[in-house]
Design a protein around this ligand. Structure first.
Ligand code: ZN
Length: 472
């Protein structure tokens, strides 16, 4: 993890927040390459789950909701962490986290305050600061960030920064269903920031108080158990596949089903995708069957009907919902961890970020071999020719080997070099990041070649590629 934190800073992926003021605990800023990487991941998610599907609509709801919505959803009452204090050193800890860190995630999930206190005592789990096992009773601490809306203190309304994007979807269920003529089963997708006042954040960007989510609420007919089961299975499959399509190594992923119960107990059914972080397995996304709890609550608290009428059968019901919830910040972190590779090129050690081409922040870099006007001119022409279609960089400073290394460290999959042969035969060198292999290609074919490589998510052009006739 330290290597990733240091590379992230050195190469402009992620900086510590408010650094010039000595930092601000647990905040991180995404630098030029980090923001592009994160954007590519979120675009790929949107493309997979919104653009390419007819049954999912997009949404961008407010971070601030009417506080009644949080009352309805149960967040005001019970969105809490089990907080405990060490009686010896006064360290404040999260009981469930202490269990998770010592005994694994399975032992901690879904335990009550009482159970948490009991497990800690029985297993004699120690305070991470002083090593004693002497804690206060676990008590509930609400994790929502509170703020005020309005300028006059007396009349200002208490408001909350949303702890999840899901509720914005539920309160817009009728808007989308009716105005966009969606028929069940259908889903609504949203990407955005959420805020949780975590007691023990940490592990770089893994657990932060401000984070980004990519969530879908998928509405189904509660009486159609067959479809519910099919859709739940389908969401498990497409969620797994999405991470593999991102280029994440399969052996670093784990798929965990919480409960394999009868359909009647479906409300407890959850499926998680986890990643093998340097600190252990950690959650990346989950598919949960949420029943009709949220819509029913909003109907009750708002007085507005959340009922759906089936246009074919006239059957009326409050839909049930399957929720695939992905962490965008966490997915960005695992692409950094997963891509980090140390290898050797011509006997020289190098660090290379092996991002899959579809999410690499920079797709190609263009270099004149040397700072000679005739080479610079051609290289700049190529840059201008490609810049509207791809995120690319132009670099003419330093030795060519140094420039390759720099691009390797930010994970640029392809490098294009203009040399003296270019002036003779209009070909350039196209270098592939992971193998450091080089081929020559006509400069007029670069656009097509890059488009093909990125679309197919390929690290190298194969020999029989249709425009390969000009290879030397
Ligand atoms: Zn202590």
């Amino acid at each position: 993890m330290e290597k990733i934190v240091s590379l992230s800073k050195r190469r402009g992926f992620v900086f510590a927040g408010s650094e010039i003021y000595g930092g601000f605990a647990n905040t991180w800023d995404y630098g030029p390459y980090g923001v592009q990487l994160k954007k590519n991941i979120q675009d790929f998610w949107w493309k997979t789950f919104v653009q390419e599907r007819r049954d999912i609509a997009g949404l961008d709801s407010s971070i601030l909701l009417n506080p009644k919505a949080w009352e309805a959803s149960g967040h005001l009452g019970s969105f809490t962490d089990p907080l405990m204090d060490c009686k010896n050193c006064k360290e404040r800890i999260r009981g469930d986290k202490l269990i998770e860190e010592n005994l694994g995630i399975e032992k901690a999930a879904g335990k009550s305050l009482e159970e948490i206190g009991k497990i800690i005592k029985e297993e004699n789990l120690k305070c991470p600061k002083c090593g004693k096992c002497d804690f206060t009773e676990a008590r509930a601490f609400n994790m929502m960030f509170k703020t005020h809306q309005g300028v006059v203190a007396e009349t200002a309304t208490e408001a909350y920064l949303r702890p999840e994007t899901a509720q914005g979807i539920f309160i817009n269920f009728k808007n989308i269903q009716q105005n966009c003529r969606m028929q069940i089963p259908f889903g609504v997708a949203q990407i955005g920031k959420s805020f949780r006042n975590e007691i023990t954040p940490g592990n770089f960007t893994y657990r932060t108080r401000e984070f980004e989510q990519m969530e879908i609420e998928y509405f189904v007919n509660p009486n159609d158990k067959k479809v519910i089961k099919e859709k739940f299975e389908e969401w498990k499959e497409v969620s797994k596949k999405w991470f593999l399509d991102l280029g994440i190594k399969e052996e670093m992923l784990r798929f965990r089903e919480h409960e394999k119960d009868e359909l009647s107990h479906y409300s407890t059914m959850t499926f998680d995708v986890e990643y093998k972080f340097p600190f252990g397995w950690g959650e990346l996304m989950g598919v949960a069957y949420r029943g009709c709890f949220d819509l029913t609550q909003h109907q009750e608290f708002s007085g507005k009907s959340m009922e759906y009428t089936d246009p074919q059968t006239n059957e009326k019901y409050i839909p049930h919902v399957i929720e695939p919830a992905f962490g965008l910040s966490r997915t960005t972190l695992i692409t950094l961890l997963d891509a980090y590779t140390e290898d050797e090129i011509e006997g020289e050690p190098r660090v290379v970020m092996s991002f899959s081409p579809r999410i690499a922040p920079v797709k190609a870099a263009i270099f004149p071999l040397m700072k000679k006007p005739e080479l610079q001119k051609v290289a700049k022409e190529i840059f201008d020719d490609l810049k509207s279609d791809f995120i690319i960089e132009y670099d003419e400073s330093g030795a060519i080997g140094k420039r390759y290394r720099r691009q390797d460290e930010i994970g640029t999959p392809y490098c294009i070099t203009v040399d003296f042969d270019t002036l003779e035969d209009d070909t350039v060198t196209l270098r592939f990041r992971d193998s450091a292999k080089q081929i020559r290609i006509k400069k007029d074919e670069l656009g097509e070649a890059l488009k093909y490589l990125i679309k197919e998510n390929k690290l190298e052009l194969e020999k029989n590629w249709s425009l390969t006739k000009n290879f030397k």
